[in-house]
Design a protein around this ligand. Structure first.
Ligand SMILES: Cc1cc2nc3c(=O)[nH]c(=O)nc-3n(C[C@H](O)[C@H](O)[C@H](O)COP(=O)(O)OP(=O)(O)OC[C@H]3O[C@@H](n4cnc5c(N)ncnc54)[C@H](O)[C@@H]3O)c2cc1C
Length: 237
């Protein structure tokens, strides 16, 4: 059986930084796109000759919306999908297959949920938070969001809005190369996880983005005998 191709209308382009672009997409054909928070869609990148190149992007929005979704793209030099996405003007029709992936929000949830992400790895965690916030408003949510410099920070307003809608959601940036004046966390997200009481409070970790970060966090947690079944990961590279 051939896979369904979803034609999505590019409703809006939002440039959050010089190298993070959000595409807001609405369904054209067929009538709806159904997915579960944590899943990704495969963008068909047109090629001058032959078949399209396929690239995976984690859906960044609420899974209760069947009429469309948003994706967050990080620009990769000379990347096939990156060059294509940064050539778009809005109004185009893009083709996708999906949804794919099995990194779902684990239910029933644990008391504490820790999201660790880097760059556009925020996307998967945004989808969990938006999709589950009404069902589980009382959990202890924590997030460390790793980017390089102040210029790479994005989505502050959105995350602060989510914080205002949840009873106990705290998030912080971790900057690997901040300016001298930066008073927040400096280094890598993996350097700060021990601030959370995850060995005492029932906790689930969700890690998304840079493969090096994911590897290091898993290594630290398993060395502390943390249950590997409570660590859910999606590596982008
Ligand atoms: C399950 C899954 C979900 C993903 N979700 C997202 C997402 O939500 N947002 C997102 O931006 N990306 C995501 N990715 C990564 C994405 O699929 C592409 O790999 C990425 O956008 C690069 O594609 P490209 O065609 O532009 O570059 P390519 O043409 O594939 O690569 C060009 C060059 O860049 C290098 N490269 C590839 N990826 C990266 C990278 N991430 N960082 C640095 N160098 C790289 C390659 O080694 C190559 O040398 C996801 C990957 C997976 C497996």
């Amino acid at each position: 059986m051939s896979r369904v191709i979803y034609n999505m209308h590019l409703q809006q382009i939002i440039d959050h930084t010089t190298n993070v672009r959000e595409l807001v997409l609405t369904i054209q054909e067929p009538q709806s796109f159904q997915f579960k928070a944590g899943q990704f869609a495969m963008l068909h990148v047109p090629q001058p000759e032959g078949k399209p190149a396929l690239r995976a992007y984690s859906i960044a929005t609420d899974d209760r919306n069947l009429k469309g979704f948003s994706l967050l793209f990080k620009y990769v030099d000379n990347g096939k999908a990156s060059e294509f996405v940064w050539s778009l003007k809005g109004g185009e029709t893009l083709q996708f297959t999906g949804p794919f992936g099995k990194v779902f929000f684990q239910e029933p949830p644990t008391e504490q949920i820790i999201f660790l992400n880097t760059g556009t790895g925020l996307s998967q965690h945004l989808s969990y938070l938006q999709s589950k916030k009404d069902q589980y408003p009382h959990l202890k949510y924590r997030m460390l969001f790793g980017v390089r410099t102040e210029k790479d920070m994005y989505y502050q307003d959105h995350l602060n809005k989510l914080k205002s809608q949840l009873q106990d959601f705290n998030w912080e940036y971790v900057l690997s190369r901040p300016q001298e004046s930066w008073t927040g966390k400096k280094g890598y997200v993996q350097n700060f996880i021990e601030e959370y009481d995850y060995l005492k409070i029932p906790t689930t970790f969700y890690l998304c983005g840079n493969g090096g970060m994911i590897k290091e966090v898993k290594h630290t947690l398993t060395a502390q005998n943390f249950d590997p079944q409570k660590i859910w990961v999606e590596a982008f590279d």
